[in-house]
Write a new protein. Sequence first.
Length: 420
Amino acid sequence: MTSSQKILFSMSISVLLLVLVSGGLMYAKNSLFMVSNLIEDEVVVPAHSVSGIRSIVVVESKRPLKIVNSLEQALSEGLIELENHEDSGFKSNPKNKTTNKRPSMQVNTVSQGIHKSSGAQQNSLPSLVIYEDELIIEFPKKVASSKNIKQAIVRVLLSKAPYREQNLLSDERFNFKETPYFYKKIADENNHPIRYPKQAYRYANFLLANMAENFSDEEGDFVLLHIPLIQSDLTGPARDYQSWVENYAKKYDIKPSLVYAIMETESGFNAKAVSKSNAIGLMQLKASSAGKDVYNLVDEKSGQPSPTELLNSENNIRMGTAYLSLLTNDYLSEVENKKIKEMMTISSYNGGLSTVLSLFGKTPEKAVSKVNSMNPKQVYKKLRFDHKSAETRAYLDKVLKADTKYTDLLNIPMEAHSKY
Protein backbone atom coordinates (compact mmCIF):
# COMPACT_ATOMS: atom_id res chain seq x y z
CA MET A 1 0.00 0.00 0.00
CA THR A 2 1.38 3.39 -0.93
CA SER A 3 1.76 6.20 1.60
CA SER A 4 -1.10 8.10 -0.03
CA GLN A 5 -3.34 5.15 0.68
CA LYS A 6 -2.42 5.28 4.35
CA ILE A 7 -3.60 8.83 4.92
CA LEU A 8 -5.68 9.16 8.06
CA PHE A 9 -8.41 11.76 8.09
CA SER A 10 -9.68 12.89 11.51
CA MET A 11 -13.34 13.57 10.75
CA SER A 12 -15.31 15.81 13.10
CA ILE A 13 -18.64 14.03 13.10
CA SER A 14 -20.71 12.18 15.68
CA VAL A 15 -22.44 9.59 13.47
CA LEU A 16 -21.22 6.47 11.73
CA LEU A 17 -19.37 7.41 8.58
CA LEU A 18 -17.86 5.78 5.57
CA VAL A 19 -16.06 7.81 2.93
CA LEU A 20 -13.76 7.10 0.04
CA VAL A 21 -10.05 7.79 0.59
CA SER A 22 -7.31 7.22 -1.98
CA GLY A 23 -9.09 4.32 -3.63
CA GLY A 24 -9.83 2.74 -0.30
CA LEU A 25 -12.47 2.61 2.38
CA MET A 26 -12.44 4.74 5.53
CA TYR A 27 -14.56 3.40 8.38
CA ALA A 28 -15.30 5.57 11.42
CA LYS A 29 -17.29 4.39 14.41
CA ASN A 30 -17.58 5.18 18.09
CA SER A 31 -15.50 2.11 18.90
CA LEU A 32 -11.94 0.93 18.48
CA PHE A 33 -11.62 -1.81 15.89
CA MET A 34 -8.51 -3.49 14.56
CA VAL A 35 -9.43 -5.29 11.33
CA SER A 36 -6.69 -7.66 10.23
CA ASN A 37 -7.51 -8.09 6.57
CA LEU A 38 -9.70 -6.51 3.96
CA ILE A 39 -9.90 -9.54 1.67
CA GLU A 40 -6.65 -9.05 -0.27
CA ASP A 41 -5.14 -6.03 1.46
CA GLU A 42 -4.23 -5.38 5.06
CA VAL A 43 -5.63 -2.70 7.30
CA VAL A 44 -3.05 -0.17 8.37
CA VAL A 45 -4.02 2.67 10.69
CA PRO A 46 -5.88 2.66 14.01
CA ALA A 47 -6.25 6.11 15.53
CA HIS A 48 -8.15 8.30 17.99
CA SER A 49 -10.36 11.19 16.94
CA VAL A 50 -10.92 14.14 19.27
CA SER A 51 -14.41 14.59 17.90
CA GLY A 52 -15.76 11.71 19.96
CA ILE A 53 -15.20 9.02 17.35
CA ARG A 54 -12.88 6.62 19.09
CA SER A 55 -11.00 5.49 16.03
CA ILE A 56 -10.74 5.60 12.29
CA VAL A 57 -9.31 2.76 10.28
CA VAL A 58 -8.09 3.35 6.74
CA VAL A 59 -8.08 0.35 4.45
CA GLU A 60 -7.73 -0.42 0.77
CA SER A 61 -9.90 -2.69 -1.34
CA LYS A 62 -9.79 -3.96 -4.89
CA ARG A 63 -13.52 -4.57 -4.74
CA PRO A 64 -16.17 -1.97 -5.60
CA LEU A 65 -16.58 0.26 -2.53
CA LYS A 66 -19.84 0.18 -0.65
CA ILE A 67 -21.19 2.35 2.17
CA VAL A 68 -22.36 0.41 5.21
CA ASN A 69 -23.71 1.48 8.60
CA SER A 70 -21.74 -0.72 10.96
CA LEU A 71 -18.75 -2.96 11.34
CA GLU A 72 -21.10 -5.91 11.73
CA GLN A 73 -22.72 -5.22 8.36
CA ALA A 74 -19.31 -4.94 6.71
CA LEU A 75 -18.30 -8.26 8.22
CA SER A 76 -21.57 -10.03 7.35
CA GLU A 77 -21.45 -8.87 3.73
CA GLY A 78 -17.87 -10.03 3.37
CA LEU A 79 -16.47 -6.56 2.74
CA ILE A 80 -13.91 -7.04 5.48
CA GLU A 81 -12.80 -9.95 7.58
CA LEU A 82 -11.09 -10.37 10.91
CA GLU A 83 -8.06 -12.56 10.36
CA ASN A 84 -8.00 -13.64 13.98
CA HIS A 85 -10.30 -12.27 16.66
CA GLU A 86 -7.69 -13.02 19.28
CA ASP A 87 -5.20 -10.73 17.53
CA SER A 88 -7.61 -7.89 16.87
CA GLY A 89 -8.63 -5.01 19.09
CA PHE A 90 -12.28 -5.86 18.54
CA LYS A 91 -14.04 -8.74 20.21
CA SER A 92 -17.59 -9.57 19.23
CA ASN A 93 -17.94 -11.50 22.47
CA PRO A 94 -16.13 -9.76 25.33
CA LYS A 95 -15.84 -11.36 28.75
CA ASN A 96 -18.30 -8.91 30.26
CA LYS A 97 -21.05 -10.46 28.20
CA THR A 98 -22.81 -11.08 31.50
CA THR A 99 -24.26 -7.63 30.88
CA ASN A 100 -26.43 -6.61 27.93
CA LYS A 101 -24.48 -3.44 27.27
CA ARG A 102 -22.59 -2.91 24.06
CA PRO A 103 -19.02 -1.73 24.58
CA SER A 104 -18.03 1.68 23.24
CA MET A 105 -14.48 0.42 22.92
CA GLN A 106 -12.60 -2.83 23.44
CA VAL A 107 -8.83 -2.62 23.64
CA ASN A 108 -6.69 -5.73 23.80
CA THR A 109 -3.41 -4.52 25.19
CA VAL A 110 -1.10 -6.35 22.83
CA SER A 111 0.55 -4.76 19.80
CA GLN A 112 -2.23 -2.51 18.57
CA GLY A 113 -0.27 -1.70 15.40
CA ILE A 114 0.56 -3.58 12.24
CA HIS A 115 2.65 -6.18 14.05
CA LYS A 116 0.94 -9.27 15.33
CA SER A 117 1.48 -11.04 18.65
CA SER A 118 1.12 -14.66 19.61
CA GLY A 119 -2.03 -16.10 21.09
CA ALA A 120 -0.10 -17.13 24.18
CA GLN A 121 1.04 -13.57 24.80
CA GLN A 122 -2.46 -12.27 24.08
CA ASN A 123 -3.96 -14.57 26.69
CA SER A 124 -1.49 -13.46 29.37
CA LEU A 125 -2.38 -9.77 29.39
CA PRO A 126 -5.44 -7.83 30.54
CA SER A 127 -7.84 -6.08 28.17
CA LEU A 128 -9.72 -2.81 28.61
CA VAL A 129 -13.39 -2.48 27.67
CA ILE A 130 -14.92 1.00 27.63
CA TYR A 131 -18.65 1.50 28.08
CA GLU A 132 -20.55 4.76 28.34
CA ASP A 133 -20.95 4.33 32.10
CA GLU A 134 -17.96 2.26 33.17
CA LEU A 135 -14.63 0.70 32.27
CA ILE A 136 -13.99 -3.01 32.69
CA ILE A 137 -10.49 -4.47 32.80
CA GLU A 138 -10.47 -8.19 31.98
CA PHE A 139 -7.64 -10.15 33.64
CA PRO A 140 -6.83 -13.76 32.77
CA LYS A 141 -6.87 -15.54 36.12
CA LYS A 142 -3.20 -16.53 35.88
CA VAL A 143 -2.08 -12.88 35.88
CA ALA A 144 -4.78 -11.54 38.21
CA SER A 145 -2.58 -10.97 41.25
CA SER A 146 -3.38 -8.00 43.47
CA LYS A 147 -0.17 -6.32 42.32
CA ASN A 148 -1.00 -6.73 38.61
CA ILE A 149 -4.60 -5.61 39.04
CA LYS A 150 -3.56 -2.45 40.86
CA GLN A 151 -0.80 -1.77 38.34
CA ALA A 152 -3.24 -2.05 35.43
CA ILE A 153 -5.80 0.18 37.19
CA VAL A 154 -3.20 2.88 37.80
CA ARG A 155 -2.03 2.75 34.16
CA VAL A 156 -5.61 3.17 32.94
CA LEU A 157 -6.26 6.04 35.35
CA LEU A 158 -3.07 7.97 34.58
CA SER A 159 -2.44 7.24 30.91
CA LYS A 160 -2.88 10.02 28.37
CA ALA A 161 -4.12 7.43 25.85
CA PRO A 162 -5.24 4.24 27.65
CA TYR A 163 -6.97 2.99 24.51
CA ARG A 164 -3.52 2.79 22.89
CA GLU A 165 -1.73 1.09 25.76
CA GLN A 166 -0.10 -2.09 24.45
CA ASN A 167 0.51 -3.54 27.90
CA LEU A 168 -1.44 -2.46 30.96
CA LEU A 169 1.17 -4.21 33.11
CA SER A 170 3.99 -2.09 31.73
CA ASP A 171 6.40 -0.31 34.09
CA GLU A 172 6.91 2.56 31.63
CA ARG A 173 6.91 5.91 33.41
CA PHE A 174 4.19 8.52 32.88
CA ASN A 175 4.71 12.10 31.85
CA PHE A 176 2.87 13.83 34.67
CA LYS A 177 2.81 17.10 32.74
CA GLU A 178 0.20 15.48 30.51
CA THR A 179 -3.39 15.31 31.72
CA PRO A 180 -4.70 11.73 31.99
CA TYR A 181 -7.37 10.81 29.46
CA PHE A 182 -9.89 9.89 32.18
CA TYR A 183 -9.20 12.94 34.37
CA LYS A 184 -12.60 14.34 35.42
CA LYS A 185 -14.25 11.33 33.75
CA ILE A 186 -13.44 9.14 36.76
CA ALA A 187 -13.80 10.20 40.39
CA ASP A 188 -12.71 8.22 43.45
CA GLU A 189 -15.00 7.01 46.21
CA ASN A 190 -14.93 10.52 47.71
CA ASN A 191 -15.90 12.11 44.38
CA HIS A 192 -12.44 13.59 43.75
CA PRO A 193 -10.86 13.47 40.28
CA ILE A 194 -7.70 11.41 39.90
CA ARG A 195 -4.59 13.11 38.56
CA TYR A 196 -1.49 11.70 40.29
CA PRO A 197 -0.10 8.31 41.42
CA LYS A 198 -0.94 8.61 45.12
CA GLN A 199 -4.62 9.16 44.30
CA ALA A 200 -4.57 6.43 41.66
CA TYR A 201 -3.04 3.79 43.95
CA ARG A 202 -5.43 4.67 46.77
CA TYR A 203 -8.42 4.30 44.45
CA ALA A 204 -6.95 1.09 43.00
CA ASN A 205 -7.03 -0.43 46.50
CA PHE A 206 -10.66 0.59 46.87
CA LEU A 207 -11.61 -0.85 43.47
CA LEU A 208 -9.81 -4.12 44.13
CA ALA A 209 -11.67 -4.54 47.40
CA ASN A 210 -15.10 -3.51 46.11
CA MET A 211 -15.36 -3.72 42.31
CA ALA A 212 -13.74 -7.03 41.29
CA GLU A 213 -15.60 -10.18 40.25
CA ASN A 214 -14.69 -13.64 39.00
CA PHE A 215 -15.90 -14.86 35.64
CA SER A 216 -15.51 -18.15 33.78
CA ASP A 217 -16.41 -19.31 30.29
CA GLU A 218 -15.14 -21.74 27.66
CA GLU A 219 -12.04 -19.56 27.22
CA GLY A 220 -11.01 -19.86 30.83
CA ASP A 221 -11.17 -18.09 34.18
CA PHE A 222 -11.01 -14.30 34.48
CA VAL A 223 -11.21 -11.47 36.99
CA LEU A 224 -13.26 -8.45 35.87
CA LEU A 225 -12.50 -5.11 37.46
CA HIS A 226 -15.22 -2.44 37.13
CA ILE A 227 -14.38 1.29 37.18
CA PRO A 228 -17.43 3.63 37.15
CA LEU A 229 -17.36 6.64 34.82
CA ILE A 230 -18.81 10.03 35.74
CA GLN A 231 -22.10 10.34 33.92
CA SER A 232 -23.25 13.47 32.20
CA ASP A 233 -26.93 14.37 32.40
CA LEU A 234 -26.79 16.58 29.33
CA THR A 235 -29.92 16.38 27.21
CA GLY A 236 -31.31 18.08 24.15
CA PRO A 237 -29.15 20.15 21.79
CA ALA A 238 -26.32 20.60 24.31
CA ARG A 239 -25.59 16.89 24.10
CA ASP A 240 -25.27 17.10 20.31
CA TYR A 241 -22.21 19.29 20.72
CA GLN A 242 -20.64 17.53 23.70
CA SER A 243 -17.64 15.98 21.96
CA TRP A 244 -16.61 19.29 20.37
CA VAL A 245 -17.15 21.27 23.57
CA GLU A 246 -15.11 18.82 25.63
CA ASN A 247 -12.30 18.79 23.08
CA TYR A 248 -11.95 22.54 22.65
CA ALA A 249 -12.61 23.36 26.30
CA LYS A 250 -9.71 21.10 27.21
CA LYS A 251 -7.51 22.46 24.42
CA TYR A 252 -8.06 26.10 25.39
CA ASP A 253 -8.31 25.58 29.17
CA ILE A 254 -11.90 26.78 29.55
CA LYS A 255 -14.66 25.21 31.64
CA PRO A 256 -17.01 23.12 29.45
CA SER A 257 -19.91 24.39 31.55
CA LEU A 258 -19.07 27.98 30.58
CA VAL A 259 -19.02 27.11 26.87
CA TYR A 260 -22.47 25.53 27.15
CA ALA A 261 -23.71 28.51 29.17
CA ILE A 262 -22.49 30.96 26.52
CA MET A 263 -24.09 28.93 23.71
CA GLU A 264 -27.41 28.69 25.51
CA THR A 265 -27.49 32.39 26.36
CA GLU A 266 -26.22 33.64 22.99
CA SER A 267 -28.13 31.48 20.52
CA GLY A 268 -30.25 28.95 22.37
CA PHE A 269 -28.13 26.33 20.54
CA ASN A 270 -29.31 27.61 17.15
CA ALA A 271 -26.38 26.93 14.83
CA LYS A 272 -27.82 29.18 12.11
CA ALA A 273 -28.54 32.18 14.35
CA VAL A 274 -27.51 35.57 12.95
CA SER A 275 -28.13 38.72 14.99
CA LYS A 276 -28.92 42.24 13.79
CA SER A 277 -25.30 43.16 14.53
CA ASN A 278 -24.16 40.20 12.41
CA ALA A 279 -23.06 37.94 15.26
CA ILE A 280 -23.10 34.45 13.83
CA GLY A 281 -23.73 30.89 14.95
CA LEU A 282 -23.89 28.96 18.19
CA MET A 283 -21.61 31.29 20.13
CA GLN A 284 -22.64 34.44 18.23
CA LEU A 285 -19.23 35.50 16.98
CA LYS A 286 -18.64 38.71 15.06
CA ALA A 287 -16.13 38.19 12.29
CA SER A 288 -14.63 41.67 12.70
CA SER A 289 -13.99 41.42 16.45
CA ALA A 290 -13.84 38.06 18.27
CA GLY A 291 -13.49 36.18 15.00
CA LYS A 292 -10.64 38.38 13.85
CA ASP A 293 -8.83 38.07 17.19
CA VAL A 294 -8.93 34.27 17.02
CA TYR A 295 -7.97 34.29 13.35
CA ASN A 296 -4.95 36.52 13.98
CA LEU A 297 -3.75 35.46 17.44
CA VAL A 298 -4.74 31.80 17.70
CA ASP A 299 -4.86 30.58 14.11
CA GLU A 300 -2.08 32.95 13.06
CA LYS A 301 -3.91 33.97 9.89
CA SER A 302 -4.46 37.40 8.42
CA GLY A 303 -7.94 38.81 7.83
CA GLN A 304 -11.08 37.49 9.47
CA PRO A 305 -13.33 34.42 9.19
CA SER A 306 -16.05 34.27 6.57
CA PRO A 307 -19.75 33.83 7.45
CA THR A 308 -19.50 30.28 6.10
CA GLU A 309 -16.71 29.47 8.52
CA LEU A 310 -18.70 30.87 11.45
CA LEU A 311 -21.83 28.96 10.46
CA ASN A 312 -19.90 25.70 10.72
CA SER A 313 -20.91 24.39 14.15
CA GLU A 314 -17.61 22.80 15.11
CA ASN A 315 -15.56 25.77 13.96
CA ASN A 316 -17.91 28.19 15.73
CA ILE A 317 -17.46 26.29 19.00
CA ARG A 318 -13.72 26.15 18.46
CA MET A 319 -13.41 29.87 17.76
CA GLY A 320 -15.81 30.86 20.53
CA THR A 321 -13.93 28.77 23.07
CA ALA A 322 -10.61 30.11 21.79
CA TYR A 323 -11.90 33.66 22.24
CA LEU A 324 -12.96 32.87 25.81
CA SER A 325 -9.42 31.65 26.33
CA LEU A 326 -7.96 34.86 24.91
CA LEU A 327 -10.09 36.89 27.32
CA THR A 328 -9.34 34.69 30.31
CA ASN A 329 -5.74 33.69 29.79
CA ASP A 330 -4.35 36.65 27.83
CA TYR A 331 -6.32 39.89 28.00
CA LEU A 332 -7.30 39.41 31.65
CA SER A 333 -4.30 37.32 32.68
CA GLU A 334 -3.23 39.84 35.36
CA VAL A 335 -6.56 39.60 37.20
CA GLU A 336 -5.72 37.55 40.27
CA ASN A 337 -9.07 36.25 41.56
CA LYS A 338 -10.48 33.44 39.40
CA LYS A 339 -14.11 34.28 40.09
CA ILE A 340 -13.55 37.95 39.26
CA LYS A 341 -11.72 36.97 36.09
CA GLU A 342 -14.62 34.74 35.06
CA MET A 343 -17.21 37.47 35.59
CA MET A 344 -15.13 39.97 33.62
CA THR A 345 -14.67 37.41 30.84
CA ILE A 346 -18.43 36.85 30.61
CA SER A 347 -19.25 40.55 30.50
CA SER A 348 -16.46 41.21 27.99
CA TYR A 349 -17.67 38.40 25.72
CA ASN A 350 -20.99 40.21 25.36
CA GLY A 351 -20.20 43.89 25.80
CA GLY A 352 -16.55 44.18 24.83
CA LEU A 353 -13.35 44.17 26.86
CA SER A 354 -12.70 47.91 26.70
CA THR A 355 -16.09 48.86 28.14
CA VAL A 356 -15.62 46.40 31.00
CA LEU A 357 -12.16 47.71 31.84
CA SER A 358 -13.35 51.32 31.66
CA LEU A 359 -15.65 50.63 34.61
CA PHE A 360 -12.59 50.22 36.83
CA GLY A 361 -9.96 52.61 35.48
CA LYS A 362 -8.94 54.99 32.70
CA THR A 363 -6.30 52.59 31.39
CA PRO A 364 -6.18 48.78 31.32
CA GLU A 365 -3.33 48.79 33.82
CA LYS A 366 -5.23 51.00 36.28
CA ALA A 367 -8.38 48.93 35.78
CA VAL A 368 -6.62 45.66 36.58
CA SER A 369 -4.91 47.22 39.59
CA LYS A 370 -8.27 48.41 40.88
CA VAL A 371 -9.94 45.07 40.28
CA ASN A 372 -7.19 43.27 42.18
CA SER A 373 -7.98 45.41 45.22
CA MET A 374 -11.68 44.42 45.15
CA ASN A 375 -13.54 41.31 46.21
CA PRO A 376 -15.86 39.28 43.91
CA LYS A 377 -19.05 40.81 45.33
CA GLN A 378 -17.83 44.33 44.65
CA VAL A 379 -16.85 43.47 41.07
CA TYR A 380 -20.15 41.70 40.50
CA LYS A 381 -22.12 44.76 41.61
CA LYS A 382 -20.06 47.00 39.36
CA LEU A 383 -20.61 44.78 36.32
CA ARG A 384 -24.24 44.04 37.13
CA PHE A 385 -25.42 47.59 37.83
CA ASP A 386 -22.92 50.07 36.37
CA HIS A 387 -22.19 48.73 32.90
CA LYS A 388 -23.67 51.11 30.31
CA SER A 389 -25.36 48.28 28.37
CA ALA A 390 -28.58 46.90 29.84
CA GLU A 391 -28.07 43.78 27.74
CA THR A 392 -24.62 43.14 29.20
CA ARG A 393 -25.88 43.80 32.75
CA ALA A 394 -28.54 41.11 32.35
CA TYR A 395 -26.21 38.85 30.39
CA LEU A 396 -23.89 38.32 33.34
CA ASP A 397 -26.64 36.83 35.50
CA LYS A 398 -27.97 34.67 32.67
CA VAL A 399 -24.59 33.11 31.96
CA LEU A 400 -23.69 32.60 35.62
CA LYS A 401 -27.00 30.85 36.19
CA ALA A 402 -26.56 28.67 33.11
CA ASP A 403 -22.97 27.87 34.11
CA THR A 404 -24.17 26.58 37.47
CA LYS A 405 -26.77 24.44 35.70
CA TYR A 406 -24.26 22.86 33.33
CA THR A 407 -21.74 22.29 36.10
CA ASP A 408 -24.40 20.19 37.84
CA LEU A 409 -25.46 18.42 34.63
CA LEU A 410 -21.88 17.50 33.80
CA ASN A 411 -21.39 16.14 37.33
CA ILE A 412 -18.04 17.90 37.61
CA PRO A 413 -16.42 17.11 41.00
CA MET A 414 -15.81 20.26 43.02
CA GLU A 415 -12.03 19.67 43.15
CA ALA A 416 -11.92 19.57 39.36
CA HIS A 417 -14.20 22.57 39.06
CA SER A 418 -11.98 24.64 41.34
CA LYS A 419 -9.13 24.23 38.84
CA TYR A 420 -10.64 26.93 36.67
